[in-house]
Write a protein that binds this ligand. Structure first.
Ligand code: ADP
Ligand code: MG
Length: 382
């Protein structure tokens, strides 16, 4: 059954009338990894996998919400000490609280929601959930007066303050601002962004999820950050955003080899995002693919955030003739993102599943995605 229909049937069953339907999307990031905290660029887009909710104000100060996918119901008030215990409900409570904290209006409502963004696969189902409710509550109670960037920040603050996840802004930004057939180059220093056309005719974007997550003891993320900060400081810069390879090579003998390679990756990655934007304006998907492979190589060899399984998936992609492939996300497990010509798509998926299974004892999960609209209202306004 279609997602919307499934939600509607459940809504009517529980609450006895029609609500208004909203949706927001998960996201991919084509290129620009580990660049956000270095003041660089990321290049995400919203996808055709969404969280959808039917919602209706209920005239009380209570929120009543049912999650179809988790098959769980929660009821909570809107004051700070009304926080629900179920973690899925805390995303919704957090969004309500963050709107109220910013002086916005939220009153009691009934909601039923469900989605098809795979959870924890690196496609940001949590941002889709936050953005869906943030967008809805802006439309229902605030006359859409809350600026879209603030909607993204409301989602981000929800993760920080109610879900214990110290995330950046990219996921919520992409979920709120996503536009069909477009990726967005977000400047993580100025927070300015620009849409670029992404219509890879004859190609499909495919996520291959290794379903492995290596837990590492020595906080590798913080160590990478510290390396970048040390090099920036040595160069007299706030972040590596303004660093060049020439500047880095000038101080090579003064810094550790490890710091050198970390900074090299960041400097090259910043340039690769710009190169991909250029290539996209020319419709040159071969160059886009080459940059994706170069990013993988950098993440694996210089930044050292890959792992055996992800390198293997990257090798399989290369051998299969995939146009571009790289790790997506922080690394040490999770997905690769692949730009694949349609004529080799079935063979690539089959090979990736078989070979990976032979070596690691389980198949990777495969998700085809289409770049689509972000947060929106599904029910037409009358
Ligand atoms: P992701 O990388 O997909 O964002 P997270 O761990 O950040 O993974 O967020 C996943 C959490 O978001 C889930 O544990 C759940 O609390 C909530 N969530 C996501 N999708 C749904 C859904 N369809 N129904 C209910 N809760 C969901
Ligand atoms: Mg998340």
């Amino acid at each position: 059954m279609e997602l919307k229909e499934k939600i509607h049937q459940e809504f009517v069953k529980r609450f006895g009338q029609d609500g208004i339907v909203y949706a927001s999307a998960g996201r991919i990031n084509l290129i620009g990894e580990h660049t956000d905290y270095n003041g660089g660029f990321v290049f995400p887009g919203a996808i055709d996998k969404v969280i959808m909710a039917e919602i209706k104000p209920n005239g009380t100060e209570k929120v009543r919400v049912y999650s179809i996918d988790i098959d769980d119901y929660a009821e909570f008030g809107l004051n700070e000490d009304d926080a629900p215990t179920a973690s899925w409900a805390r995303y919704i409570f957090g969004v309500c609280r963050e709107i109220l904290k910013r002086g916005g209006v939220v009153k009691g409502f009934d909601a039923v929601f469900a989605g098809n963004v795979p959870l924890g696969a690196g496609l940001s189902s949590s941002a889709a959930l936050e953005s869906c409710f943030a967008f809805a509550l802006n439309d229902l109670y605030n006359d859409n007066q809350i600026d879209k960037f603030d909607l993204a920040k409301i989602g981000q603050s929800t993760e920080h303050n109610y879900c214990g996840v110290n995330c950046g802004i990219m996921d919520q930004f992409a979920s709120v601002f996503g536009k069909k057939d477009h990726l967005m180059r977000l400047d993580c220093r100025s927070m300015e962004f620009e849409y670029y056309p992404f219509e890879p005719k004859g190609h499909t974007l495919v996520l291959v999820d290794s379903v492995v997550k290596h837990e590492l003891a020595d906080s590798p993320y913080n160590k990478r950050r510290a390396s970048c900060e040390r090099v920036a400081k040595r160069l007299g810069l706030e972040t590596l955003r303004d660093a060049t390879m020439e500047m880095l090579n000038d101080i090579k003998s003064d810094i550790s080899a490890e710091d050198y390679f970390r900074a090299k990756f960041v400097i090259e990655e910043k340039q690769r995002v710009l190169d991909v934007c250029d290539a996209l304006t020319k419709g040159d998907y071969e160059t886009v693919g080459k940059c994706m492979y170069a990013t993988h190589e950098g993440l694996s060899k210089d930044y050292e955030v890959s792992c055996e399984e992800l390198d293997y998936l990257n090798d399989i992609a290369k051998e299969s003739g995939v146009t571009g492939s790289r790790i997506m996300g922080g690394g040490f497990g999770g997905c690769t993102i692949n730009l694949v010509k349609d004529e080799i798509l079935p063979a690539f998926i089959k090979t990736a599943k078989t070979k990976f299974n032979e070596r690691y004892g389980h198949e990777p999960k495969v998700y085809e995605v289409i770049i689509s609209d972000g947060a929106h209202r599904e029910t037409p306004k009358d």
